[in-house]
Every structure is written in structure tokens, then in C-alpha cells.
Design a protein around this ligand. Structure first.
Ligand code: G6P
Length: 603
């Protein structure tokens, strides 16, 4: 979490670069922000509580400066106060930090004994003091950073300025992402490329325990005391993706990109029918079992993938939450493929799960959106989702792309194992062509979603129910609703309701029932009747021709019927849109919901 940005150069106004960059990184944290910049031979530090606009209002954007670092915070150590906001300056050293330094307490005690006084509750101020202490002895920043690296445990991406070298930006990173943006006569650091995309598309990815000294005319990267070679990459995403392009929110824009994202993700694998599907994917037939590990919505995409792979490819799939997986007995078998799913490719728990699977000797596949991210680099095999840059904290298009790719894996395995007949394959290929239009048509039915949002806005609890793949989708619908509209909601396997939760159903309690799975629809309908007869206000999302029976439901959203394999990509649209319309009605901060961050780089 947290976003960091830094600049050294002669071309741009540093203060503006920092503020612009922080605005683009605000999805990583927005409870406080600050910058430190060179101003007439001094380092000035300005910080403020809350979003970047608060900080911006405190700063003269026309100050002439060539060097600076900035930070947008998602609090870990200490409350979201101005004192705890970064940058932290101790002695000659100013620091911004993304990550968690696990041994900061012992370091702090030691530094207090050495005479340091701390003004914040953060681990970052401790890092600044530690660097200052060692620098006073070493009088050489590179030697200092090399020593500091040995003393820190945990995750950190650091932007560092030293009062004695005001033409240089220093960095050090371990487990938290950091890139260096390179350009003529100027260079940048950032947590993520979008922060600097309007300045340069060329960037270097730092490896764990790398550190660098960056001047306006050059970058030097070191590892274990030795300078190392590096590769300058080019960022290939469309720069427009970091702009709202007329939409009221990034989330709305990103939902509306789903037809295109579906095409971009599936076309490479299906343009020549089965041939390209076989050719473009690794051979998965040798695995007896698949374990999908992820966090948040990516886990929900994994649950849809499980349904599809089990149904179409007859392979057992287990889905696990990465934060649980990493601290339990994993029971990984030799013939098991571990798939990690991640939009950012940086989620700390997912990355750790991947490393555990690798250490255990399992083959790993990363399903990743962010090209070249840590998870993409660490996975033995990678398949990229083609969702483009996603800015809204609540994922929509990246989730859909993950579902599409997992469904393609199911289809690939099914074809290779001769489990799918020609007719069904032709049906699927026909549906793939129609799907973008169907998604678009569903996105355009905003009046229907607004009416539902109106109906549920005064209720504190909303229940989502479904069975099989519909339960997996209900879980995503429920998560979307709570994360952006702050309305409490739960998703239940429809058959489980009567084992407790049904006691919460009162007159008009909203229940959103997902009924698409042919194999189990009748059973879900029975469960819908159970809640309806206890007074629930039932909204069905269905591809079935449900009779107009007011004893069964109060409202229905009918979605087109396509082959089961890609049906979830339609079902999820009303779920996303209801959450969006409710959040809008409640005037919530849709793109940046309270307490959340998009890229969760701490465990
Ligand atoms: C955060 C985001 C979610 C996302 C989850 C996993 O909680 O807000 O939208 O699903 O992290 O992120 P990843 O980048 O690994 O998909």
C-alpha cells in the first residue's frame, strides 16, 4: 500500500511532478500525504492529513526545485495524523517508505538509547534515524544504505534524500514495489508506472535488496555492494487508461471497458479456434490437481474458475485465500499446479503463497494483469489478463478478465482431454463473438439498477444467495456492495441459509438471488421461496424464464443465456452496477472507498 514518487532533474518543476504523481498514486492510500523538496539549499517538508487535495492547498506549486520525494499513505504504524504522514526527516536524512519494517521496535529502542527522539509512531521515522546514525559514521550514502539493508527486516521501498548530496535521489527496496523512471536530464522513482506516465514510458524494475543512486544524468543500481547492469523497459499501456475520459468515476469507466477487455483477453486464444487455444497455453494436462491462491476479488474469480475447470476439464480444483494459505499446512502434492491470480501482481500474501509453492517444488502459473510485476516475474508460467490499467480500488474489469482467462484454461484442458464435443465448442465460439455486445447491453440498463439501489438504500443488511457458480458470483456481488457502498452484506450458499442466516430475514430484507446455473437452478428457486415467504424483498438475477409469480420474487434482471463457460461475465455486470448505483446514491467515495487501497503490499 502507500504510494511513493520522487524526482531529480532539470526539466520539470519538481513540486508539480510530485503532486501530479501522488494524485495518480492515490489509489494506493489516501489517509494523509506529504512531500519533501529542495528549496534554496534546504529540504522543506510539507504534509497534511486526508487526500492529496488537502496537501495541494498548502503548497506553492510554482516553487523552483530539482529534487524531491512524495508519499500518499495507507496507515499501518500509527493513526492517520499529520505527524505520522511521510516524509520523515531525521538529521541529514529524509525518507518516504512503502511497506512494514518488522523489527522497528528494537531498532527504535536502540536509537533512543543513542539519543534519538521520535515525533511519530511510524516505523519510517525509525528508518530515517537509522540511516542518519550510520551515515554520520560512514559519511558515504551507498555504504550506509548497504549497511542499513542488513539491519532491516520486513518490506520496504524507500525514497531517500541526504542533505549532503542534494543532486541525488537514493532508493532501497525489498518486497515492496519500486520502479525508476528514466528520461533525458531527469529521472524518477515511483511505486507504479502510472505516477510518471505523462513524463516517461521508460522504466527500470528494481529487484529485492537492490539499491540505487539516481542523479539527473544517470542511474546506478547496486546489489550486495556491487554495481549491477539493468534493463530499461518500455511501458506499453495506453496512457488514456489513467484518465476518466468523461466518465463520472474510474469504476464506471472500467466497467464500461469490459466488452473490450473480454475481446482483448480471449481473442489471442480463440482467433483460430482450438488451434490457437492449444498453441498459446502451456500444457496443463500433466497436473492431477489445481490449487488457486489469491486475495479479495481475485479469489472470487478463482472460485468461478474452479467451477469451470471442474465442470469442463474434470480436474479437481481447490481455492484458497492467500493470507490463510501461507500460515497453514499446505499439503501440496507433487502433481499439483499452483495458480496465483492477481491484478496488481504485487499483493504481499499472494506473492508469499507463490514463493511457498515454488519452494515446495510445485509448478506455478501467475494470472496477472500488471506486466512485469513481481508475481509475473516470480511465476514459472504467466498468462496475462488484458484489462489495461485499473485505477478504481474496487476491481471490475480485471476481475472479469481473470474469470475469462480461467474459463479459457478450462476450455483448453477440456479440448486436450477430448471432453468437449464439436457442437458445444461451436456454441462457445459463437457466444464469444456475441458476448461483448451482451455485456454492453447489460451495462446500459442503468435505470433498472438505479431502481434496485433506491429500494435497498435504507436497509442495513443485504444478502446475496446462489449455488455453484452462482454462489461464487454472489460472493463477488456482496464484496462489491460492501466495499463501495458501505452497506453490510453477506453472500450465502443458498442451501445453507436455513442453518442459521434465515433468522435474519425480516419484512423487506433485501435478498439478491443469482440463478443462472442450469444444473442447480431449481434448488436455488426453492431457497428463494423460503426467504420470500419470510418477507424478504427478493431481486433475482437470472437467465431463466422465471414465471411472473409475485410469491417468488419482487424484481428480476434478466440476462442473456449463453454457454455456461462465459455466462459469469454477464451475470457479474448487474452485480457490479447495483453496487455502483447504490454507492452513488449514498454519495460514497466510489473510486477510493474509506480504509481501502488497491495494491495491498503489506500482509
Ligand atoms: C485489494 C483490492 C481488490 C483486489 C485485492 C487483490 O483488496 O481492493 O480489488 O481484489 O486487493 O488484489 P490483486 O492485485 O492481487 O488482484
Amino acid at each position: 500500500m502507500c504510494g511513493i514518487v520522487g524526482y531529480v532533474g532539470n526539466k520539470e518543476n519538481c513540486v508539480r511532478v510530485l503532486i501530479d504523481g501522488l494524485e495518480k498514486l492515490e489509489y494506493r492510500g489516501y489517509d494523509s500525504a506529504g512531500i519533501a523538496f529542495l528549496n534554496n539549499d534546504n529540504i522543506d517538508v510539507v504534509k497534511e492529513k486526508g487526500k492529496i487535495v488537502n496537501l495541494k492547498s498548502k503548497i506553492d506549486l510554482n516553487i523552483n526545485s530539482n529534487l524531491g520525494i512524495g508519499h500518499t499513505r495507507w496507515a499501518t504504524h500509527g493513526n492517520a495524523t499529520k505527524e505520522n504522514a511521510h516524509p520523515h526527516k531525521v538529521g541529514a536524512i529524509t525518507v518516504v517508505h512503502n511497506g512494514i519494517v518488522e523489527n522497528y521496535n528494537e531498532l527504535k529502542k536502540d536509537l533512543i538509547n543513542k539519543g534519538y527522539v521520535f515525533n511519530s509512531e511510524t516505523d519510517t521515522e525509525v528508518v530515517a534515524a537509522l540511516i542518519d546514525y550510520i551515515y554520520k559514521k560512514e559519511k558515504d550514502m551507498l555504504k550506509t544504505i548497504q549497511k542499513v539493508k542488513e539491519l532491516l527486516t520486513g518490506s520496504y521501498a524507500l525514497g531517500i534524500i541526504c542533505d549532503d548530496n542534494l543532486d541525488t535521489l537514493y532508493t532501497l527496496k525489498n518486497k515492496s514495489p519500486l520502479i525508476i523512471g528514466v528520461n533525458e536530464n531527469e529521472n524518477y522513482i515511483a511505486s507504479d508506472v502510472p505516477a510518471i506516465l505523462d513524463k516517461t514510458r521508460n522504466y527500470i524494475v528494481l529487484e529485492d535488496k537492490d539499491y540505487a543512486s539516481i542523479k539527473s544524468d544517470g542511474v546506478k543500481i547496486y546489489h550486495d555492494g556491487k554495481e549491477k547492469d539493468f534493463e530499461v523497459k518500455e511501458f506499453l499501456y495506453d496512457a488514456n487508461s489513467v484518465d476518466k475520459q468523461g466518465y463520472e468515476h474510474f469504476m464506471l469507466k472500467e466497467m464500461n471497458e469490459q466488452p473490450e477487455v473480454f475481446k482483448n483477453t480471449t481473442t489471442p486464444y480463440l482467433k483460430n479456434g482450438i488451434d490457437s487455444l492449444i498453441e498459446k497455453m502451456p500444457d496443463f494436462t500433466k497436473y492431477e490437481r489445481i490449487r488457486i491462491v489469491a486475495c479479495g476479488s481475485a479469489t472470487h474469480a478463482g472460485l468461478v474458475g474452479k467451477c469451470m475447470i471442474e465442470k469442463y476439464a474434470n480436474v479437481e480444483v481447490m481455492v484458497e485465500t492467500a493470507s490463510e494459505f501461507r500460515y497453514k499446512k499446505q499439503f501440496l502434492k507433487n502433481d499439483e499446479l499452483v495458480i496465483v491470480v492477481s491484478q496488481s501482481g504485487e499483493t504481499a500474501d499472494t506473492l508469499e503463497a507463490l514463493l511457498i509453492a515454488k519452494q515446495n517444488g510445485n509448478d506455478t502459473l501467475g494470472i496477472v494483469n500488471a506486466k512485469g510485476s513481481t508475481i509475473a516475474r516470480e511465476s514459472k508460467m504467466v498468462l496475462y489478463t488484458e484489462a489495461g490499467q485499473e485505477i478504481a480500488v474496487a476491481t471490475t474489469k480485471a476481475y472479469s478478465a481473470q474469470v475469462a482467462l480461467l474459463s479459457l484454461i478450462a476450455l483448453n484442458l477440456s479440448c486436450k482431454k477430448n471432453l468437449i464435443d464439436k457442437k458445444e465448442m461451436l456454441d462457445i465460439l459463437r457466444d464469444v463473438k456475441k458476448l461483448p455486445d451482451y455485456i454492453e447491453e447489460l451495462l446500459n440498463r442503468r435505470d433498472e439498477y438505479k431502481k434496485i439501489a433506491e429500494e435497498i438504500k435504507d436497509y442495513n443488511d443485504v444478502f446475496f444467495i446462489g449455488r455453484g457458480v452462482d454462489y461464487a458470483l454472489a460472493q463477488e456481488g456482496s464484496l462489491k456492495l460492501k466495499e463501495i457502498s458501505y452497506t453490510h452484506s453477506e453472500a450465502y450458499a443458498a442451501g445453507e441459509l436455513k442453518h442459521g442466516t434465515i433468522s435474519l430475514i425480516e419484512d423487506k430484507t433485501p435478498v439478491i438471488a443469482v440463478i443462472t446455473d442450469d444444473d442447480i437452478a431449481l434448488k436455488t428457486i426453492s431457497n428463494v421461496k423460503e426467504v420470500k415467504s419470510r418477507g424478504a424483498n427478493v431481486i433475482c438475477i437470472t437467465n431463466k424464464n422465471l414465471s411472473n409469480d409475485s410469491n417468488l420474487y419482487d424484481k428480476k434482471i434478466v440476462i442473456p443465456k449463453v454457454n455456461d463457460l462465459f455466462e459469469p461475465l454477464l451475470t457479474v455486470i448487474p452485480l457490479q452496477m447495483i453496487a455502483y448505483e447504490l454507492a452513488k446514491l449514498k454519495e460514497c467515495s466510489i473510486d477510493k472507498p474509506r480504509n481501502l487501497a488497491k495494491s495491498v503490499t503489506v500482509e
